[in-house]
Design a protein around this ligand. Structure first.
Ligand code: NAD
Ligand code: UD1
Length: 332
């Protein structure tokens, strides 16, 4: 399949482009490089043996996107978005414009070009503070605690409505839990701008000696060790989930919603100790106040993805930490 991949130079997009190439598909990357570098394309080529076609473009640029789309595609996988939660609180209009406005512009181009299979990067954040665990896809989407989260809830609704108005469309809403790790080659991974906000990239920088210690946000949650619990998923497993969703649902009219996670929660301290094993050092930490907007625990019921997509994760927390650490050492 020839697949338009927006945001395909980013963290999850680049790994998915590798998986698409390895599966024999023909991804075409569109990225404005606002949070990625051009060298990622060369690295993808080194891993997969061939480089994808690349266009430096903004998804809000309807004219450029229209001429790219005119070359014909079987499907679009849409990763392009801004994703820094704290920045979204400071700059909400930037987030609504780039994420929601960008998605609307993209959808207009796809409708006009008759590209009817769409795979969307959603997030477990749409569940808000879940009232039962594990989280199943039929649970209501919740109340977001920040503009980034609202953009995901809004974009999901926009996509359901666009599919309703275009009943031949196939829309897959993939709700990622906590993507971490890096490609085992050490050639591609996550490159957070400035100090990381998310747990594993922060732990990686403490392990590398670039940051002094991890602040553990809250030690009094109702969890096994009092620290927050999340469903961490290896980015290569996540990438393979996109290929499975694409293969299963190309041309399959309807809205298909999946949790992509491992189905297993790990606490902050479990992640920390697993990382210590991976890097062979002890990682200093202190327990501080809870972070505003955090939930105690969140993990996925992945029954639907396993049974319908025939996909399940094969990499565990030790793999995630080992691959993150390999990537961290390469980028130093
Ligand atoms: P990323 O920032 O690494 O990748 C996003 C890519 O999109 C970047 O390469 C950026 O340059 C590009 N981009 C942004 N706005 C664009 C625009 N207007 N036009 C063209 N390109 C644009 O982020 P990621 O972690 O790979 O996330 C990919 C998607 O998955 C995003 O939609 C994100 O919201 C979603 N998601 C991420 C996580 C996570 O923890 N990383 C969790 C849930 C959902
Ligand atoms: C966060 C975002 C979510 C986003 C996701 C991926 C918030 C409230 N949620 O999810 O919208 O989709 O990242 O980008 O920001 N932790 C520490 N110390 C740290 C960092 C994190 O203890 O320095 C803890 C957190 O309290 C949490 C766990 O580690 O319990 C995971 O945090 P993080 O990696 O930021 O992911 P989420 O909060 O789940």
């Amino acid at each position: 399949m020839r697949v338009l991949v927006t945001g395909g130079s980013g963290f999850i997009g680049s790994h998915t482009v590798v998986s698409l190439l390895e599966a024999g598909h023909d991804p075409v990357v569109v990225d404005n490089l606002s949070n990625a570098s051009r060298s990622v394309l060369t690295r993808i080529g080194e891993i997969a043996g061939r480089q994808p076609e690349f266009h430096e473009a903004d998804i809000r640029d309807r004219d450029t996107m229209g001429s790219i789309a005119a070359s014909g595609f079987d499907a679009c996988i849409h990763f392009a978005a801004l994703k820094a939660v704290a920045e979204s609180v400071e700059e909400p209009m930037l987030y609504y414009d780039n994420n929601v406005g960008g998605t609307i512009a993209l959808l207009e181009v796809l409708v006009a070009s008759d590209i009817t299979t769409f795979v969307f990067s959603s997030s477990a954040t749409v569940y808000g503070d879940p009232n039962k665990l594990p989280v199943t896809e039929d649970m209501p989407t919740g109340v977001a605690t920040n503009p980034y989260g609202w953009t995901k809830i809004m974009m999901e609704q926009i996509l359901r409505d666009v599919q309703g108005a275009n009943p031949d469309w196939s829309v897959s809403l993939l709700r990622y839990f906590n993507p971490v790790g890096a490609h085992p080659s050490g050639l591609i991974g996550e490159e957070p701008r400035g100090t990381p906000n998310n747990l594993m990239p922060y732990v990686a920088k403490v392990a590398a000696g670039e940051l002094a210690r991890l602040s553990v946000f809250g030690g009094d949650y109702p969890t096994s060790d009092g620290t927050g619990v999340r469903d961490y998923i290896h980015v290569v497993d996540l990438a393979e989930g996109h290929v499975a969703a694409l293969n299963t649902h190309v041309g399959d009219a309807g809205v298909h919603t999946y949790n992509l996670g491992t189905g297993k929660g790990s606490s902050v301290l479990e992640v920390l100790h697993s990382y210590e094993n991976a890097c062979g050092k002890s990682i200093p930490y202190e327990v501080v106040e809870r972070r505003a907007g955090d939930v105690a625990a969140n993990w996925a019921d992945v029954t639907r993805a396993e049974s319908v997509l025939g996909w399940k994760t094969t990499r565990d927390l030790a793999d995630m930490c080992a691959d993150s650490w390999r990537w961290q050492q390469r980028t130093r």
